[in-house]
Design a protein around this ligand. Structure first.
Ligand code: AVI
Length: 323
């Protein structure tokens, strides 16, 4: 972070997270082409909009992954050692982890997320429903290195990374994340991971350009967040949402497109837009089984088994740390 942002953060009495947000926004909007990091979608409003997305008819990933976790629960639990600690990287709705908790005889559950308040609420609900389970939340950015709780030291470790969140990482970031997860979980660890698959482009297009406009509101909310938290003055009605499929890079790309020539100010910085100029807000990579397996191999993991739904829309994999 540059000295200027640090001074601004100090004068605005920003906490650590808001300071990092300010630094990233100013850096990313100064790039050519402009961009913003998708990790900033998820304030309270963004998280609620994402929950709405997961219930949309066009957005197949969530319900398809749930159906795989349900249909293959026996085979998946066979990959999870009895008494293991399940470490979930990022903690969203508890629906998916509940399926594993019901099926596998776990010793402990360790949700890891940057949002401490959300984690606490989630942990309390699980403790009520699974009184015998040790629940040890860790407040941390799961893409960085963090320490596991001492209480699970002696237990086998299984990572859980559902939702194809891996797809929102650039390939080098996905590799770095898988390597870091391997280092955190340690020798002998396993991992259950959900990954979205390549498919008919029309299906992908509709999933990210839904008719009700929820994804558009989700995308635009990042500008609202900049206005709210950093005192920006973006006119959100002067931007439109667009998602396209980039076949060569196997990824959906989401953009905010300026409807006109305009200037927005954030923390004393001016960002000028030409008409139709874009901000790249998210990439969502889609993998084939082969390309995911190669990524896992190159990141210190071996694919033990892969499961898909009948239409091959989504995949769930059991991985083991390579020797
Ligand atoms: C969280 N992530 C896997 C979602 C995705 O599909 O890439 C985020 C999302 N963006 C638009 N719709 C959903």
């Amino acid at each position: 972070m540059n000295v200027h942002v640090a001074a601004l953060a100090e004068s605005h009495r920003f906490d650590q997270q808001t300071t990092a947000f300010a630094g990233d926004v100013i850096d990313d909007l100064s790039q050519v082409p402009k961009r913003l990091s998708p990790k900033y979608f998820y304030d309270a409003t963004g998280s609620e909009l994402f929950e709405q997305i997961t219930r949309l008819e066009e957005y197949y990933p969530t319900r398809t992954e749930l159906s795989i976790l349900r249909d293959q629960s026996g085979a998946i639990s066979a990959m999870v050692p009895r008494g293991a600690a399940l470490v979930e990287f990022g903690a969203g709705a508890t629906t998916k982890v509940r399926l594993l908790l019901n099926e596998c005889r776990l010793g402990a559950y360790v949700p890891v997320d940057i949002s401490g308040d959300f984690l606490k609420a989630q942990a309390d609900a699980l403790r009520k429903d699974f009184p015998a389970l040790g629940v040890y939340p860790v407040t941390a950015d799961f893409t960085t290195s963090f320490a596991l709780p001492n209480a699970i030291g002696a237990m086998a470790k299984v990572g859980f990374f559902p939702g194809s969140t891996l797809g929102n990482f650039e390939p080098h970031e996905a590799c770095a994340f898988l390597r870091s997860a391997r280092d955190i979980l340690g020798q002998g660890a396993r991992m259950v991971i959900g990954v979205d698959l390549e498919k008919d482009e029309r299906v992908l297009y509709k999933a990210y350009n839904d008719a009700a406009g929820v994804t558009a509101r989700f995308n635009l909310n990042i500008l609202n967040r900049i206005n709210r938290e950093l005192g920006g003055n973006f006119d959100t009605s002067a931007f439109t949402h667009r998602a396209i499929y980039n076949r060569d890079r196997h990824r959906i790309e989401m953009y905010l497109i300026s409807r006109k020539a305009q200037t927005a100010r954030v923390l004393g910085h001016s960002f000028s837009f030409r008409p139709a100029e874009t901000i790249h807000t998210e990439s969502s990579y889609k993998y084939s089984l082969e390309r995911f397996s190669a990524l896992a191999r190159g990141s210190g993991w071996t694919v033990l088994e892969s499961w898909t739904d009948e239409a091959s829309m989504f995949s769930v994999h059991a991985l083991a740390v390579s020797d």
